[in-house]
Design a protein around this ligand. Sequence first.
Ligand SMILES: Nc1ncnc2c1ncn2[C@@H]1O[C@H](COP(=O)(O)OP(=O)(O)OP(=O)(O)O)[C@@H](O)[C@H]1O
Ligand SMILES: O=P(O)(O)OC[C@H]1O[C@](O)(CO)[C@@H](O)[C@@H]1O
Ligand SMILES: [Mg+2]
Length: 527
Amino acid sequence: MASALKTNGSFCSTQQQQFLQSTTDQFLHGSSHLNFKHCKSKKTIKPAPLCVRATSSKVELDFHDPSWKQKFQEDWERRFNLPSITDIYDLKPRPTTFSLKKNRTLTGDENVDMWNGYVNNDDRALLKVIKYSSPTSAGAECIDPDCSWVEQWVHRAGPRKEIYYEPAEVKAAIVTCGGLCPGLNDVIRQIVFTLETYGVKNIVGIPFGYRGFFEKGLKEMPLSRGLVENINLNGGSFLGVSRGGAKTSEIVDSIQARRIDMLFVLGGNGTHAGANAIHEECRKRKLKVSVVAVPKTIDNDILLMDKTFGFDTAVEEAQRAINSAYIEARSAYHGIGLVKLMGRSSGFIAMHASLSSGQVDVCLIPEVPFTLDGEFGVLQHLEHLLKSKGFCVVCVAEAAGQDLLQKSGATDASGNVIFSDIGVHMQQKIKTHFKDIGVPADVKYIDPTYMVRACRANASDAILCTVLGQNAVHGAFAGFSGITSCICNTHYVYLPITEVITASKRVNPNSRMWHRCLTSTGQPDFH
Ligand SMILES: Nc1ncnc2c1ncn2[C@@H]1O[C@H](COP(=O)(O)OP(=O)(O)OP(=O)(O)O)[C@@H](O)[C@H]1O
Ligand SMILES: O=P(O)(O)OC[C@H]1O[C@](O)(CO)[C@@H](O)[C@@H]1O
Ligand SMILES: [Mg+2]
């Protein structure tokens, strides 16, 4: 990716340089999905035109071409088109069996066809709503050097009037993969409820993630409204989760053998990559199977969506840890509260918990490098805080400052890197530093680890889970496959999985949110 952004500076006007900088930032932090390339002009008199190539597209755009916008939008339309089982089968739809009016007697004036409870396949939601006037506007996400307004539409989620499955004949399966996340049970429950509303009777849970498809001795679990009625009252996954061991062809063999028609996959970016591989393999084998994902992860690291379910709850729990660190630090002589928070490779939990608690003086995330020692280091700032206010609170994301540590070299069963412990390292460094300079410091270290995710979903996550779970079922009945059910720009939509797995979403250090966090903590740059 970095090489795609390489440019010969002598060709760039200042505006183009600013543009490239802003787009580089967006690209690295997942807010843009374009590959930028600086084209050499055929005639070298004028500055070279900037060209853009949309990810997974062969189309290159020359911004001097008056039709570049149209070409961009055509490519966008192609990329965000939802894959469907009708792409491989010539299928006739049938009228939906999903209705909220089933117990009502229609009066003579009413016509079911006129009920505006269904989503039209041509309904769209706008992905971006801000018109930036310049690449230097705060948080700007631009496509061309002039930051032109270009509409980027995505497909609206919800029940369709026509469906591609006969509910009585459907076998639907649900699987939860990756780490735990608040809200898994809420989504399972809503999927079951909604499937039953369509008339599906054969619903099963696959135990312990993808492993449940091929590990001998793991039996599928029949699911029904009665069984899942209260599962949302507890955290965890009713079906169990696991990492690693995803073998696409074996999973699809198992899907075929079990005669599964719809597969609902709840998980993070790894799980989504797996779901897409399953979808592709089903296509290759010409199976009429809809694979629909629901983005789950406390890390909030999936591209394009406002948030993933579980994130809000994790932030709320993390905030409790920060509050305890604050109370400890505030009550001690020269107290320093240190909290380490989860979040794989992205600092969203640390940033949002710091913002929501309002009690953090220093927030350290992996996206923003820092030094501990030296004039501009964190330790110097802690000295200043002890002098000026008598105590302080530090929040560090688990993947932050890895360049300061020896690499563990270890990976988990899914191949994710296991980080070295920045929390313990900082605790030791802070203690040693204050001892060395002869200033008393009472360091209290809190690592809430799994407590931020092994809990029940809060109210906002419970609602999100409800909507995403229901929409996942509507998407499968509409015949889509290889899609994910998510929230974009406050609207509920479907995205092709291919568009959300190209990279992990990370905090953009040039975003307004990170700037707000810095305003709140009052911390300086640490390098
Ligand atoms: N690129 C991939 N292709 C196919 N399967 C994958 C891929 N990456 C991960 N998986 C499988 O997806 C499952 C979950 O992956 P992973 O453990 O990375 O969690 P995740 O979905 O990213 O969620 P979390 O946010 O909890 O980490 C595992 O069983 C893993 O083997
Ligand atoms: O559940 P495990 O394998 O210990 O993994 C922990 C990781 O999972 C997450 O909770 C979710 O991805 C990360 O925040 C954390 O790094
Ligand atoms: Mg992941």
